[in-house]
Design a protein around this ligand. Structure first.
Ligand SMILES: *[C@@H]1O[C@H](CO)[C@@H](O)[C@H](O)[C@H]1NC(C)=O
Ligand SMILES: *[C@@H]1O[C@H](CO)[C@@H](O)[C@H](O)[C@H]1NC(C)=O
Ligand SMILES: *[C@@H]1O[C@H](CO)[C@@H](O)[C@H](O)[C@H]1NC(C)=O
Ligand SMILES: *[C@@H]1O[C@H](CO)[C@@H](O)[C@H](O)[C@H]1NC(C)=O
Ligand SMILES: *[C@@H]1O[C@H](CO)[C@@H](O)[C@H](O)[C@H]1NC(C)=O
Length: 335
């Protein structure tokens, strides 16, 4: 997310990459417990994250063009992995193939909620290469001239190399082919545009695909922060275009990015509620699995991903934009 707030500090690089050790007592921690993986300097607004197959966390911030690497444990250091010189912010991040991540950068000013169309670029972050010690593990994939901004990104097709890109100011969701740079608007409807109650000016924000099994209907899900909704819609997996009507599955809550649990429920970062909701998309019922409106434990959560280590299956990692109350942080939520 992107909040009305002055950008302050350029976070500094810290430490080397440590061997991963995750405490086994994690299982004994009560559901709903929130612990701090890392708190960034005051003024940092965190945006999004992805988890490596080795459990490590890749996290983006929008108060500097920086991508960080953290360990999935309490009091991790944050290693500055890459600074995208010439850009102001790093938004969405997703893994397309094993340890091949994609991020988007561009120019946007948090304080004025403005973005420069034409400044947006998609990049590949090759963590295999990084692990081999390569210095050239970040490469440009494509300029994105169309979107007014690119916020959340999600995988449409691993095999075909297709990503969804949410444009909250343009009010649409595009598809990018990372292999040839081909890009087009795939989804543009009354639920992708910014609209009432306009809790922010941001329409489509987080975007992810869920298909229960290879024969089940594939859905794209997206959050729309301005409209305070979460929507899903059947799609054609070949090109990401609509294959049915959009359906609102949560309304009345200021949604940011989200992910899915192993049952296909949505784990939704609800910025305006300082909480994570678990939503059953079929019944549309939800429960709060962490945080609360008057607590800063999960102040203005911006994105969530489930841990990938064997003992991380009930652990979610959450980035906080902080809502102007606390510095951006990566939190660990037991579910
Ligand atoms: C963090 O920065 C804000 C804005 O500059 C300031 O009001 C606040 O006092 C700072 N908090 C801390 C703990 O330094
Ligand atoms: C994390 O750091 C805090 C503050 O320095 C400290 O009180 C706490 O014991 C540390 N926890 C772990 C598990 O390292
Ligand atoms: C983006 O911002 C950077 C740093 O402020 C500037 O050097 C660059 O020219 C800008 N690019 C565009 C396309 O506006
Ligand atoms: C979405 O569709 C409307 C017309 O239905 C059009 O005016 C608008 O430019 C489209 N937006 C994008 C980003 O393609
Ligand atoms: C949060 O705080 C407000 C104002 O103090 C109070 O009215 C409300 O009941 C609180 N909500 C919860 C869930 O604690």
């Amino acid at each position: 997310m992107f909040v009305l707030r002055a950008a302050l500090l350029l976070s500094s690089a810290i430490s080397c990459v440590l061997a991963i050790s995750v405490p086994n007592e994690r299982r004994a921690i009560a559901a709903g417990t929130v612990q701090t993986v890392h708190s960034f300097p005051n003024g940092t607004i965190m945006e999004n994250l992805a988890i490596r197959s080795n459990g490590q966390i890749l996290a983006t911030i929008i108060t500097a063009p920086n991508l960080y690497l953290l360990d999935p444990k309490v009091n991790s250091t944050a290693t500055l992995l890459h600074s995208f010189t010439g850009y102001q912010v790093v938004f969405g991040i997703t893994e397309l193939k094993d340890d091949q991540f994609y991020v988007v950068t561009g120019n946007a000013t948090v304080a004025t909620m403005t973005s420069v169309q034409g400044s947006w670029v998609a990049w590949r972050v090759d963590m295999n290469a990084y692990s081999r010690g390569s210095k050239n593990f970040v490469s440009m994939v494509a300029h994105l001239p169309g979107p007014k901004m690119v916020n959340g990104i999600g995988v449409l097709s691993k095999d075909a190399g297709l990503l969804y890109l949410a444009d909250p100011f343009g009010g649409a969701i595009s598809v990018l082919n990372v292999n040839n740079g081909h890009q087009y608007v795939a989804i543009n409807n009354s639920y992708t545009v910014a609209g009432p109650p306009f809790t922010t000016p941001l329409g489509a924000n987080g975007v992810h695909v869920y298909q229960a099994n290879s024969r089940a209907t594939p859905y794209v899900y997206w959050s729309n922060t301005a409209q305070s909704i979460l929507v899903r819609m059947p799609i054609h997996l070949s090109d990401g275009t609509p294959a049915g009507n959009p359906e609102v599955i949560l309304s009345g809550f200021e949604t940011d990015d989200f992910t899915f649990d192993s049952q296909g429920n949505v784990l939704q970062a609800v910025m305006g509620s300082n909480s994570i909701f678990r939503i059953n998309p079929n019944t549309k019922k939800f429960t709060v699995v962490g945080g609360s409106v008057n607590s800063t434990d999960l102040a203005a959560p911006s994105a969530i991903q489930i841990g990938r280590l064997d003992n991380d299956k009930n652990v979610a990692f959450v980035t906080l934009n902080g809502g102007g109350k606390v510095p951006g942080a990566v939190k660990m939520l037991n579910m």
